[in-house]
Design a protein. Structure first.
Length: 119
């Protein structure tokens, strides 16, 4: 038996979908191999940082093969490679902005993300 999704859950999904559409509209190549990307990978996982969830600096465009590889057994290796390619300033930015204890994931949070990411 499936439970009905709340308005907040539906809005979160719409915001995630909008992020993926936005990623595909601005990036034409996989960051790791150069093929066509189909997914915006959250370098800092959504579950680890609400603050970076819709921050494009946290999004790495990847093709399906590289995205599957990252989530496979070599996750740390790929994360290190991306961090090296992006540079120390990028890593520092993500670490600095990873946590925001005052951030609330209410309806307005998702509505603002959708507006900001619309093509």
């Amino acid at each position: 038996m499936r439970t009905k999704k709340t308005k907040k859950q539906k809005l979160a999904k719409k915001a995630d979908d909008t992020l993926q559409e936005h990623t595909r509209s601005i990036y034409k190549y996989c960051y790791l191999c150069g093929s066509s990307p189909i997914v915006g990978h959250h370098f800092i996982r959504k579950s680890n940082s609400t603050n970076l969830r819709f921050d494009m600096k946290n999004i790495v465009p990847l093709c399906a093969i590289c995205h599957c590889a990252i989530h496979g057994s070599n996750e740390q290796l790929y994360a290190a490679k991306i961090a090296t390619m992006k540079g120390k300033a990028w890593v520092k930015y993500l670490e600095k902005n990873k946590l925001n204890k005052d951030l609330r994931t209410n309806l307005a949070f998702y509505e603002e993300a959708i507006e900001r990411l619309k093509p």
